[in-house]
Design a binder for this molecule. Structure first.
Ligand code: ADP
Ligand code: ASP
Ligand code: MG
Length: 410
């Protein structure tokens, strides 16, 4: 008998009809004689709606109260899904994150899972029940409700799969797998047979919202094979595993993109040895994630520093810099908003020089100005004007021939 973890995202449980459909997918697994743990998200756009109602009350609502609020979304789904399973004649029980033993660090709105005490879930499975767990939520050491960051139900599923030594973790969603790029934006996007953990981690971190980056991190660390697949269609999805082996090693596997990026430039910093560390330690202490960093020396021995951040963090970043102006004297700060990041990802890049050059050439030919660049072994990221984002992705998708049918190795 195998133990399977299944996760259903928001759209896949967005109505009672969809919940019935999810229940049927759960029952298919149970009928094969498997033990099943199901992780679910809040129904449809519930989380977004709860956030926007809170913003009507306060521009910056208390993070503790936000977690209290948002955790209710998933709690609705677990009860409906469990009722559906019971009504169809299958024994099932629902648990909130804390009932399922999910402990997190003491951080509101973006907590990491620190431990899972599986006794209660295991006992229910042993008793022959299907266990339905609320995604995206946990509890810290003081008993406070925490949430795992937007999209965090994926992480609940993978973490549970790891703690329970599950045989499989299937992520059911509203697309049939992981595509070469977001199929909602790019017509020629093609479903991939498999993607490596490292490639998926880059894609997820660079904006491919199909999986929560921490879920991929967990899967890689604990070697859990994931399959991303459709909750509506009965077709094979995409396997995420150590080595993406089934397709001929594409140099570029996928393209990720993200909008709402802002470029911040600090002019006239002192050229002291500790300047960079002071700035970035200060920003990190305030939980501001800095992405691409460019430092340039001027003739007068001072430094100009440019970095990109998410536009949501700009106000806070500027406040932090202003507050600490005495420790890190600088002349002035300028920002440019309305930017996007477009990145190509593929493990074949390590051994193929010239991929970045090809990317830049393609963008130049399409008249797209590149404002910032960063590279790693398996990705190249560029920052461009928001208005050029989709055009850049389309051009790169074609230039790297990602729309061509996969060559499957024998
Ligand atoms: P769920 O509610 O099931 O968690 P999400 O909305 O979080 O679903 O993730 C699925 C969405 O991810 C798709 O609808 C698609 O628009 C988006 N997406 C972004 N990049 C990709 C990609 N490379 N492949 C597939 N989907 C992608
Ligand atoms: N409901 C949460 C969100 O919308 C978590 C999730 O769906 O994974 O972000
Ligand atoms: Mg999601």
């Amino acid at each position: 008998m195998a133990l399977i973890v299944q996760k259903f995202g928001g759209t896949s449980v967005g109505s009672i009809e969809k919940i019935q459909n999810a229940a049927n997918r759960v029952i298919e697994e149970a009928e094969r004689g498997n033990q099943v743990v199901v992780v679910v998200s809040a129904m449809g756009k519930t989380t977004d709606e709860l956030v926007s109602m809170a913003k009507e009350i306060s521009a910056a609502p208390s993070k503790r109260e936000m977690d209290m609020l948002l955790s209710t979304g998933e709690q609705v789904t677990i009860s409906y899904l469990t009722m559906a399973l019971l009504a169809k004649g299958y024994d099932a029980v629902s648990y909130t994150g804390w009932q399922a033993g999910i402990s997190t660090e003491a951080v509101h709105s973006n907590a990491r899972i620190s431990d899972i005490e599986t006794a209660r879930v295991k006992a229910a499975l042993e008793a022959g029940k299907i266990v339905v767990v609320a995604g995206f939520q946990g509890v810290d050491a003081d008993g406070e409700i925490t949430t795992l960051g937007r999209g965090g139900s994926d992480t609940t599923a993978v973490a549970l799969a790891s703690a329970l030594h599950a045989d499989r973790c299937d992520i059911y969603t509203d697309v049939t797998g992981v595509y070469t790029t977001d199929p909602r934006y790019i017509k020629g996007a093609r479903k991939l047979l498999s993607v490596s953990y490292d490639e998926m981690l880059e894609l997820a971190n660079l904006g491919a919202g199909v999986l929560h980056p921490r879920a991929v991190e967990f899967a890689k660390n604990y070697q859990i094979q994931l399959e991303v697949r459709s909750s509506m269609e009965q077709e094979k999805g995409t396997i995420i595993e150590e080595e993406a082996s089934m397709e001929q090693n594409l140099i570029v596997r996928g393209i990720a993109f993200e909008d709402r990026i802002t470029r911040v430039t600090i002019f006239g910093l002192s050229g002291n040895i500790g300047t960079l560390s002071t700035i970035f330690t200060t920003l990190a202490k305030n939980r501001i994630n800095v992405d691409i960093i460019i430092q340039s020396m001027t003739d007068t021995d001072s430094i100009n520093l440019t970095f990109s951040i998410k536009s949501n963090d700009v106000e806070e970043a500027l406040n932090v810099l202003e507050k600490n102006k005495n420790n890190l004297p600088f002349d002035r700060v300028e920002t440019e908003s309305g930017l996007s990041k477009v990145s190509i990802v593929g493990s074949g890049m390590v051994s193929n020089p010239g991929v970045a050059a090809e990317m830049f050439e393609c963008m130049a030919q399409n008249g797209i100005v590149i404002k910032m660049v960063s590279t790693s072994e398996i990705k190249v990221s560029t920052v461009v004007d928001q208005k050029d984002m989709v055009k850049a992705v389309e051009a790169l998708h074609e230039a790297f021939r990602l729309d061509e049918p996969a060559q499957v190795k024998a």
